[in-house]
Design a protein around this ligand. Structure first.
Ligand code: MN
Length: 490
């Protein structure tokens, strides 16, 4: 395994012979995979008609009481275990008070002093090795509704379908130091939650979005600078662009002798700039207090242990196993465990064929096709079963590696069985010594000058003869046999 270190990737902003480092912390909002909402039984299905998945609780009708969804609690605890975090046996739901039109309660039910999950960590891969990013906490909270500003020129419309959907807010420590580390962190977090089945990580649908806290300081300084929080960024690329812009803006201010003021900003994706939304409110502005409608949430050791026993093998452990068991390089293992489907595909292929050939074919040929067609591995035009068959045909000498590439092309058309293609297209490798001898005899007979040169010491000509034999056999001659027979004949 790679050594886990505390080193940062180099990302410095240089001004007037000073080097500023950028300090980043993320508050990720991850939507819990659950059929129903955190405190009501309404559906969470994405893409429904506006306001069709709203119960009286979600619409905050007076007197309606929230009821905690046990499944969402289990999902949060599982995620906590995946983040190697402390699970708090007692946590408390608080009301976070603020006014907004898409928040009918006038407060969000969240967790403040007593979150369900405490400190943990995530290991990320960086170009200079692995790095541990601290997790501060994970708490459960409700999502708000959605304001729609672009459907009616006069009015803002409200869709409450999302109101009350369960979110896990995962707060990192300010351990990130570059846009690249942020990307690696989000990807790893998403990978872990997908393995766990606790969040689908679909950023286009808003299942994963982040508030990005950015500050800068002269490298070497111990004191943190004043931070700004960029709200609700919903793609990795936008996070990176926002950090870049915001860090440079802060350095400019400091260099001009001005102060960075603590504020909440938004990222304008069209103009590629952050803009001030409001001065940053402090926690006390929200008048947090325990929600009197909900009892403190208590979970037993048995409850936690039962969930721990259901945790699947996660990416870090799987990577270690792939390196030990299949002798993969760290690079190969990292790619192959990045999502569960890929790791499963890999094991399905190599368990039934050959590890080395399988690894090369998946990372090489297959990934090239998937990238080109912009497909997930679950949409692969070639099944693991048929790819392992192809590899076995190479392994047992039925076809050469070169012919296999041709067959691979044919296989993409409807996931065809490679053996059928070999038979249909007559692509079987020629391994009959008599047939090969006939071809070789012809090559020798047709090129007396070259044979003479070869015999007088120009042994480099050997490749020339092999090339001719391969050409005459339409690439089907077994290369090993051709070598043996040619050597003997010459
Ligand atoms: Mn939040």
């Amino acid at each position: 395994m790679d050594k886990v270190n505390k080193q940062n990737t180099e990302y410095l902003i240089l001004r007037n012979k000073k080097a500023y480092e950028v300090i980043i912390g993320l508050e990720v909002h991850a939507q819990v995979i659950s059929k129903s909402k955190l405190f009501s039984s309404s559906s969470t299905k994405f893409g429904a008609e506006p306001n069709t998945q709203v119960s009286l609780v979600d619409a905050a009708f007076p007197g309606m009481l929230p009821v905690i969804n046990e499944f969402c609690v289990k999902q949060a605890i599982k995620t906590g275990i995946g983040l190697k975090a402390k699970i708090n046996k007692k946590s408390v739901f608080d009301r976070k008070n603020y006014f907004y039109a898409d928040l009918p309660q006038g407060y969000q039910i969240s967790q403040f002093n007593y979150p369900i999950v405490g400190e943990g960590s995530v290991i990320i891969d960086t170009p200079i090795g692995q790095k541990t990013i601290g997790i501060e906490r994970l708490h459960l909270e409700q999502d708000a509704g959605k304001s729609i500003h672009d459907m009616d020129p006069q009015n803002t419309l409200i869709d409450l379908n999302r109101s009350g959907v369960a979110l896990m807010e995962i707060v990192s420590k300010p351990d990130l130091r570059s846009p690249e580390e942020v990307s690696a962190y989000i990807k790893k977090l998403r990978s872990i939650m997908r393995y766990l089945g606790t969040c689908d990580g679909n950023m286009q649908e808003g299942s994963l979005r982040a508030d990005v806290n950015v500050s800068v300081r002269v490298k070497g300084s111990k004191k943190l600078g004043t931070r700004c929080e960029i709200k609700n960024v919903n793609s990795i690329k936008f996070m990176q662009m926002a950090i870049n812009y915001e860090a440079n803006r802060q350095v400019d201010l400091i260099e001009e002798g001005k102060l960075v003021s603590q504020e909440t900003r938004l990222f304008d994706t069209k103009k590629n700039e952050t803009r001030s939304m409001r001065n940053k409110e402090d926690a006390h502005d929200y008048r947090y207090f325990p929600d009197p409608d909900l009892l403190p949430l208590e979970v037993s050791d048995e409850f936690i242990n039962k969930l721990a026993s259901e945790i699947p093998e996660l990416p870090d452990d799987k990577k270690k196993r792939f390196i030990d068991k299949y002798k993969l390089s760290s690079y190969e293992a990292t790619i192959l465990v990045s999502d569960y489907e890929t790791s499963k595909y890999f094991e399905d292929v190599v368990e039934n064929s050959d590890v080395r050939l399988g690894t090369n074919w998946i990372i090489g040929e297959l990934f090239a096709v998937l990238n080109e067609k912009n497909l997930e591995i679950s949409q692969s035009p070639i099944s693991a079963k048929n790819l392992s068959k192809l590899i076995n045909l190479i392994k047992n000498g039925t076809i050469s590696g070169k012919i296999a590439k041709t067959i691979f092309e044919f296989m993409m058309d409807g996931d065809k069985d490679p053996l059928k293609i070999v038979e249909e297209k007559k692509l079987k490798q020629e391994s009959d010594p008599k047939e090969l001898e006939a071809i070789i005899n012809k090559v020798i007979h047709d090129n007396p000058d070259k044979v003479k040169d070869y015999k007088s010491g120009k042994t480099k000509l050997f490749g020339f003869f092999v090339g001719l034999v391969m050409k005459l056999s339409a690439g089907k001659a077994n290369p090993q046999l051709v070598n043996d027979i040619l050597k003997r004949k010459l």
